[in-house]
Design a protein around this ligand. Sequence first.
Ligand code: NAD
Ligand code: MG
Length: 409
Amino acid sequence: MKKRLTLLGSTGSIGDSTLDVVARHPERFEVHALTAHRNGEKLVAQCLKFQPDVAVVGDADTAASVELQLRAAGSATQVAYGQEALVEVAKSAGCDTVVAAIVGAAGLAPTLAAAMAGKRILLANKEALVMSGAIFMDAVHDHGATLLPVDSEHNAIFQCLPREVASGGAPLHGGVAKIILTASGGPFRTRDPATLTDVTPDEACKHPNWVMGRKISVDSATMMNKGLEVIEAHWLFDLPGERIDVLIHPQSVIHSLVSYADGSVLAQLGNPDMRTPIAHALAFPERVDSGVPQLDLAQVASLSFEKPDYERFPCLALAMQALAAGGIASAALNAANEVAVEAFLTRRIAFTTIAETVAAVLDALPNRTPNGLSDVLDADAAARRAALDFIAARPAAGRRLGSAGSADR
Ligand code: NAD
Ligand code: MG
């Protein structure tokens, strides 16, 4: 039987890669729903190609324009908008599989709804899991949902763990010593740290190996992305932070590794192209063509590794501290980071102020154990306010960047 997909965040980078794989296998996959925030034009093109039952956008104006274009083209796709419509298509009986590819906290409600509806969830939206941790994993287990990681590192680990352990069907046995998340180190791995205050959003988004959305690209440049991934791995694989290592591997060919008690280390390798983990999760447990060329190791020639530099990348250390602190600290870290990255991308703060903002918010907010989703959402809101206050109290940086902003756009 064909899998019926809801693709949350279809107009983004993961959305594009997912639809590329889906288009290669029309006999396997059908699209129930596609969603976008504001990019109505791209969504219309996707709808005309994949003919979903429903298309969801962020606001009424975009919905009206998408609807007009679809009707003019003779499409029967229904158009809806807003958070409730996202939740609706995520839990709809019209789909069995939900690809969670919205960026940031905005993806939490529909992804959680998919878990509570017992769907097969292909998780790219790591922020949702970082925020809600135990609540999300409990929803998956209590409602019989299946969680398949799409993030390349977690997908690699999933592939290297025994099948019953990877799918949460058995506890992680003592045979697994550690998991090792690889990290490219991003565009600033070797840049003089003294010059990091001056980097521009475009420089930060120029990742050496991957083409991604702007938020995750900045996270890769600060290495907050790897920090969020350590927290993501903790929840997905039920491992304490001490058994999750980070290893810099600039070529991004080894996507992560599992180290076993007997000294064996299993790794998953491939060209850095998200269509591989997406195709793996879409077809699991089968394997299908993803469109990614076979890896040519002779061409790669050499692979190198180094330890992460926590002074150059304070965000990585902050994320590990938040994981160790538990409670609402990870939700606060994520929210402060989202606000700070947005402020950096709109040139209101310097690159290095991202880590300062997150550190200040974690210091200022009292930690506690969340009693449910509303506590997580409260922590998220409080951290956003604290981050905005911290940024507002830094007018000098704002002026300096404001004048630099017009020069190199
Ligand atoms: P992107 O910015 O390219 O796309 C984001 C998508 O989410 C778009 O479709 C956008 O319309 C939608 N969206 C944005 N804000 C929204 C809102 N408020 N409400 C509803 N929809 C909204 O991002 P991306 O690079 O595709 O990343 C998506 C997620 O996948 C992120 O959580 C990221 O961390 C994760 N991820 C991405 C990659 C990658 O290679 N791009 C790899 C691993 C994990
Ligand atoms: Mg990743």
